[in-house]
Design a protein around this ligand. Structure first.
Ligand code: HEM
Length: 443
């Protein structure tokens, strides 16, 4: 019995869930009060045990994939992504699907996305004029949504492309702010609530769009995008993916692949322009490159890489990853029974002073001076379920940042600190980081 063995808040479960959703510092407050590990209740009688030590991350991430399932943390995304989503399936089924999907995120495939990211960025910043105002989160959202629509569906412009943009943005905004509670607790997923009714209406629209796309694609196969790769998948008996599986993987990639990267970029712009030394160092590193840079060389720049890493350290976007234990496990010397929900808290680990001295400072230099292991720096989770889009996300962050910094001198509209606000399971900068375009540097 987790509640008898470990400490945690004594308030009612719904208040703990609400606090977790509304207060980005709630888990830190629990850590300070109870020490590690502590539990938080997210459903009646369902404690989630929080760890933030690299040793715990190593023990959980290296466990056999049949011993640690995705569990309720990912399951809470089922309404958004569908039951067959890679994020929700487990065991051999997960391993098999992941093997099918991995080639779309490595090697040559990755290189082909480079020019998509560059061209999309260019198209989107064309309209920026000196002294104009830009809300960076929105601008990054437009870029990342266009990039992912092109990478997944080969869609660049036109009516279908516009329809996708509108429907997907509306779809994820159903669970903004306090409405995230509908994702976190199945107790609220009922038609008596207007938010849930709105969500069900949106699902219909998303389904019409994606199933329509599947029909269309059957008549027009063999395009150069992720969708086409998924259509070529065959099991041992020669069967392709079912329409439901296809729909869920496509939706997973569209949703997992755009807002996360957009928010990471918005945080990066904010921190870079709050720290003149960081901005100067980064611009000095970019100086030898013209506005038509070689993408591969940019992707290898060490300080740009460190800036992206530091952004995701301070703002991991997804604050925790969860696993449901399928057998008893020893984690940091504690005997944890089977069926326990274990959380590895990314945000708590990334602010450990023993790993990251002065953790609240934005200091990319720490990633130049020290290499962190994949159990100490975990913005993309870890083990058999580590984010499939890790290279995609870093690639996109670097190209977009470099391109914009080479083309424009920007300034924050206000120096007031921004705080994280919740959108579904991610945290975005409040206000969206408004900036002023001070100067155009290149065409
Ligand atoms: C800054 C951007 C991103 C962040 C911070 C991020 C973070 C994460 C995290 C924390 C997980 C869960 C890992 C775990 O449970 O151990 C995850 C899973 C996943 N992400 Fe990302 N992600 C990002 C971008 C992307 C992109 C660009 C794509 C695809 C284009 C993507 C696709 C996925 C998929 C498919 C999974 C499920 C993997 C599995 O269960 O096997 N993500 N991501």
């Amino acid at each position: 019995m987790i509640q008898k063995t470990f400490p945690g808040p004594s308030s009612p479960w719904w208040w703990q869930t609400y606090s977790l959703i509304r207060d980005p510092d709630y888990t830190n407050k629990c850590l300070q009060k109870y020490g590690e590990p502590f539990y938080i209740m997210l459903e009646p009688k369902t404690p989630f045990l929080f760890f933030s030590h690299p040793k715990a991350a190593r023990e959980v991430f290296t466990a056999h994939y049949n011993d640690v399932f995705a569990g309720p943390v990912s399951e809470s995304l089922q309404p958004l992504l569908g039951r067959e989503s890679l994020l929700l399936i487990d065991g051999d089924k997960h391993l098999k699907m992941r093997r099918f999907m991995t080639p779309a995120f490595t090697g040559n495939a990755m290189h082909s996305y480079g020019s998509v990211i560059r061209d999309t960025t260019l198209r989107n910043i064309e309209s920026w004029r000196e002294n104009s105002h830009v809300v960076i989160q929105e601008a990054m959202q437009d870029i990342s949504l266009e990039v992912i629509l092109q990478a997944v569906f080969g869609l660049k412009e036109g009516e279908r492309f516009q329809k996708y943009k509108q429907v997907l943005v509306d779809y994820i905004s159903v669970f903004n702010g306090k409405n995230a509670i509908f994702l976190f607790s199945t107790a609220f997923q009922k038609e008596i609530f207007s938010t849930w009714r709105k969500y069900l209406k949106m699902v219909k629209m998303v389904d019409e769009l994606i199933y329509g796309e599947i029909e269309l694609r059957k008549k027009k196969p063999n395009q150069q995008d992720i969708f086409s790769r998924l259509l070529t998948i065959r099991d041992e008996s020669g069967n392709g993916l079912s329409e439901v599986t296809l729909r869920d993987q496509l939706l997973t990639l569209l949703l997992a692949g755009h807002e996360t990267t957009a928010s990471a970029l918005a945080w990066a712009f904010d921190w870079i322009h709050r720290n003149p030394i960081v901005l100067e160092t980064l611009c000095r590193e970019l100086q030898p490159f013209s506005a038509n840079f070689d993408i591969e060389s940019i992707a290898k720049l060490p300080y740009l890489d460190a800036v992206c890493r530091e952004t995701l350290r301070l703002h991991p976007i997804v604050s925790d990853v969860g696993r449901l234990l399928q057998r008893p496990m020893s984690i940091m010397g504690h005997e944890i029974p089977a069926k326990t929900n274990v959380i590895i808290s990314i945000s708590l680990m990334h602010r450990r002073p023993d790993l990251y001295p002065e953790p609240h400072l934005f200091d990319p230099q720490r990633f130049i001076e020290r290499e962190y292991s994949s159990y100490e720096y975990i913005p993309f989770g870890g083990g058999a379920r580590r984010c499939l889009g890790i290279h995609f996300a870093f690639y996109e962050m670097k190209i977009v940042l470099a391109y914009i910094l080479l083309h424009f001198q920007l300034k924050l509209y206000s120096n007031k600190p921004v705080s994280p606000v919740r959108r579904g399971v991610t945290f975005l900068p409040s206000g969206g980081v408004p900036m002023v375009v001070e100067k155009k540097l290149a065409d």
